[in-house]
Structure formats: structure tokens, C-alpha cells
Design a protein. Structure first.
Length: 215
């Protein structure tokens, strides 16, 4: 069954109105020609039309092949991410900065690539001080979690310290805020490029542990 679209195109001529009707199939064909560049190719060569026609005819293959190729290549992409290393940030050889860096690496090899993370412990409501047996237990719990990571991956954890590391042994303990509402626990670790995903998983584990404490 054919369908027709009719347009009553009135004319200002004395001849009266002219009823213009076009076939839906014909319109679709004209649209296909316009999309594939058939009309363009008639006057400007057939290369563009041939390419557009190939893409149009192969559209189903391309739609299936594209995600299939993505699935096949996904494991190789994951391997690249796991083995990715940070871009070199070392100064040029022979410069004073390079000499200083080499001297530091020779004297303090364990501190090369060190990063520092902080965990803050805050009073739920205003308190006289955040120093308490409860906060001390929370700090020890997070400290044990970091130590477990260090035992599982040797030479990653460099240092762990908190307010309770120094306590009242020093004046103006830097691990407590001025208003005494917050305590800090700081740990330093060294994570290279191959440990990136493992470190991210540990950071997520710590975040989930903190969320449990906040309930």
C-alpha cells in the first residue's frame, strides 16, 4: 500500500490553486540521495558518494563491530592503566637541581616519592576539647588499618603520627586545632605507578571505615 503526502499549494496566479502530491517512497529516496551525497556526486565526482554510500550500507556492521572491538581491547587497556607510570618530573641532567635531587636520593632513598595523607577527627557538637578516650580509640583504629596495609605491602608506609604520638609532651601540639575541636592523624607513604590501583582501593576502604564511624 502506498502512502501520499499532499500539500495544497495555493498560487496567486489566475490559473488557480495547484494540488502538489509526492510519494512517501520517493521522498525517502530523495532524502537518502541527499544524505549519501548522490546529488553532489553528479556534479563533483563520485568519491564522496562512494564513501558515504559504503558507510551507509555498512552501518549495521559498524554498530556491531564498534562495541565488540571495545570489549576485545578492554583487557589490554586495563593493563596499560595498571602499568602506567607518572610522567618524569626530574630536572635536566647536569643542572644544580638535578645534582641536589641525586644527593637527596642517595642520602634519603626511603623518602623518594613520599606522599602525605591526613585524617581529621572532629567533635560531633561543641566540646571543651577533642582529646578523649573515644577519639583516642578512633585514632588507634585508623592507625591499625594503615599498619595492616604496610604489613601487606612492605616499604609503603613510612610514618604514622597523630596528636597522641606527642600528647602533652610538647607545648602547642600541632595535631590539635586552635579551638581544640579537631585532632589530626597523618601518615606518609610511598606508592609508585604500579601500586596506584591498590592505593586507591585502600583509600576507599579508609573512607568506608570513616563513614561507619560517623554513623
Amino acid at each position: 500500500q502506498k502512502m501520499y503526502m499532499c500539500n495544497d499549494g495555493s498560487s496567486d496566479d489566475d490559473t488557480g490553486s495547484i494540488l502538489e502530491c509526492t510519494s512517501a517512497g520517493s521522498a525517502k529516496s530523495d532524502e537518502l540521495e541527499e544524505l549519501t551525497g548522490r546529488n553532489h556526486s553528479r556534479g563533483h565526482g563520485g568519491c564522496g558518494y562512494a564513501m558515504a554510500n559504503w558507510v551507509y550500507n555498512s552501518r549495521y556492521i559498524l554498530v556491531i563491530a564498534w562495541p565488540l572491538a571495545a570489549l576485545i581491547l578492554a583487557p589490554f587497556a586495563a593493563m596499560l592503566v595498571i602499568n602506567a607510570l607518572p610522567l618524569p618530573k626530574s630536572p635536566p641532567h647536569g643542572t644544580p637541581s638535578m645534582i641536589a635531587e641525586e644527593l637527596f636520593e642517595a642520602k634519603f632513598p626511603f623518602l623518594v616519592g613520599m606522599k602525605m595523607e591526613m585524617v581529621s577527627f572532629t567533635c560531633r557538637s561543641h566540646c571543651s576539647t577533642a582529646v578523649s578516650t573515644t577519639s583516642k580509640a578512633y585514632v588507634q583504629e585508623m592507625k591499625d588499618l594503615v599498619k595492616q596495609f604496610g604489613h601487606a605491602y612492605p616499604e609503603t608506609i613510612i610514618d604514622i603520627r597523630s596528636y597522641y604520638t606527642f600528647g602533652t609532651k610538647i607545648e602547642n601540639n600541632p595535631m590539635i586545632s586552635f579551638d581544640k575541636q579537631k585532632l589530626l592523624m597523618v601518615f606518609s607513604w610511598r606508592v609508585n605507578g604500579t601500586m596506584k590501583l591498590t592505593a586507591q582501593a585502600f583509600a576507599k576502604q579508609m573512607s568506608e571505615k570513616i563513614q561507619q564511624m560517623n554513623k
